[in-house]
Ligand binder design. Structure first.
Ligand code: PLP
Length: 472
């Protein structure tokens, strides 16, 4: 399918999808794909935070997720400062909740806290990480469409600043736990606004056939607000919440969703007499995985969102509620690359006389399932040396027992790529470790944090003993 879409079957054979250009220099890095400290040294070796990847591989082994700590912190800080500034005049600033599901471990939760962000968790497990990292309840929000009573209790006992409710059942469940604990639970209502954003397109619909949220058009979200407001002994409604999708690159989707959700916000003010103090616009800010994506800096989207909110609130005649957002991927994604060692290299003939080189690495869909799950595109580079060989079209595959076990579908690598070489895949900081598995009883890779010439393990490598430890 892609071969036709690319229309690139010319004389020298298939050249990959249309967005993939034959590199002038196969050793050059595309800066937008990499954490800021990643560079190729004069010796040709890739380094991060001043440490050569060959050194990382020697000391910690492969595969490994390598995260640039300063890059993570600066992306987090950039969101926090930008949104605070842009929304300052409108509603006294904005709160940034890092969506922990993108990638969370105790150390990363500390970074998020240090940089002054809030943290969204969506399970008891993620909440336990936040608590262990020392985050106070007021910095934590709880999400999820089917939270257990135990999770709700843990969240309320820790004093989380908000629980985003997703159903009528849950409103009752939270009310019961809050009443038992003698607290008032702060709530947002997750509203299905009928806007679905994907990359450069968004779809606006009246109805949404999906599991998240309470529908706006069907009146369920308004009814949820009514029920919460009717139970002030146990529940306090802070505001509405909408999350419209992922890999969003412009404000066109927010335009429609903000108008719809502020319409509901206003209806609640008029008919229920409560002007809600908060409004959460969700996450989904896009990043570059390959040269096909060209994300704009946070300020661009922030300014666009602020304009929309200001205009819609003025049109509705309501005060601007305190805004919050929930970026995950845009903070964590670009900070990390996965370092693999090449095990085998095999040319495979394609239709039309073209050839693709299959490069098998020592990880795969167990550490990055996004290619198999979402048909995602990634890029990669030869990391342990520069090469003078011509670029060839390659596919980086894993070591698992599935033909769909692909890490990088299409990329140019130097023709002399060989067993023992290291390959680095950028943009793996979000939804890779967090979606990882032990498929084929493969121990999961460690997460190495690199900063100012020092590398340390922040999540250790799993061992065969870890795998066997669960078998009774
Ligand atoms: C997944 C999710 C996010 C984060 O999405 P990103 O694409 O990683 O920014 C934010 N809010 C909610 C409710 C989510 O489900």
């Amino acid at each position: 399918m892609r071969a036709h879409e690319a229309g690139a079957l010319h004389a020298e054979g298939y050249r990959g999808p249309a967005w993939l250009h034959t590199p002038v220099d196969v050793n050059a890095l595309v800066p937008s794909l990499w954490a800021s400290s990643v560079a190729r040294g004069d010796d040709g070796v890739l380094s991060v935070g001043g440490i050569a990847v060959t050194e990382l591989a020697r000391e910690f082994g492969t595969p490994a997720y390598v995260i640039d700590e300063n890059d993570f912190r600066s992306r987090a800080r950039d969101f926090k400062q930008t949104y605070a500034e842009v929304f300052d005049g409108l509603c006294g600033g904005a709160d940034v909740f890092y969506a922990g599901k993108a990638f969370l471990c105790t150390e990363v939760a500390r970074w998020v806290h240090d940089e002054g962000l809030h943290l969204d968790v969506c399970s008891g497990g993620e909440l336990a990480v936040a608590v262990r990292a020392g985050l106070p309840g007021e910095r934590i929000g709880l999400h999820g469409n089917n939270k257990s009573v135990a999770e709700i209790r843990a969240a309320l006992e820790h004093g989380v600043s908000r629980i985003v409710v997703d159903s009528f059942d849950e409103i009752e469940r939270v009310a019961a736990v809050a009443s038992e604990l003698g607290v008032v639970a702060p709530l947002l209502i997750r509203v299905t606004v009928g806007v679905e954003a994907h990359t450069h397109e968004f779809i606006a619909t009246a109805h949404e056939d999906q599991k998240f949220g309470l529908s706006l058009s069907g009146g369920h979200a308004f009814e949820a607000a009514r029920r919460i407001i009717a139970n002030p002994e146990s529940l306090r409604l802070l505001g509405l919440h909408s999350h419209i999708g992922s890999q969003i690159f412009d404000t066109s989707g927010f335009e429609v969703s903000a108008r719809r959700i502020l319409g509901l916000h206003t209806q609640i003010a008029r008919e229920l007499g409560v002007e809600l103090p908060e409004l959460d616009l969700g996450g989904g800010f896009g990043i570059a995985y390959t040269t096909e994506h060209d994300p704009l800096p946070p300020r661009h989207l922030a300014t666009g969102m602020a304009d929309i909110i200001e205009r819609e609130c003025r049109a509705e005649g309501v005060a601007v509620p305190r805004i919050s957002i929930e970026p995950g991927r845009a903070i964590a994604g670009p900070t990390t690359f996965t370092l693999y060692e090449v095990g085998t290299v095999k040319p495979v003939a394609l239709d039309g006389g073209a050839e693709r080189v299959y490069v098998s690495v020592d990880g795969g869909m167990s550490d990055n399932v996004r290619t198999a799950l979402y048909d995602a595109n990634y890029s990669c580079t030869l990391a342990n040396r520069a090469s003078g060989a011509a670029p060839v079209l390659a596919r980086v595959v894993g070591r698992h027992c599935e033909s769909g076990d692909i890490v990088v579908k299409d990329e140019f690598l130097p023709a002399d790529v060989s067993p023992g070489d290291l390959v680095a895949v950028p943009g793996t900081g979000a939804y890779c470790r967090s979606l990882s598995s032990q498929y084929n009883h493969t121990p999961r890779p460690p997460v190495l944090a690199v900063r100012d010439g020092v590398a340390r393990v922040i999540v250790r490598r799993e061992t065969i003993d870890d795998l066997l430890a669960l078998d009774v």
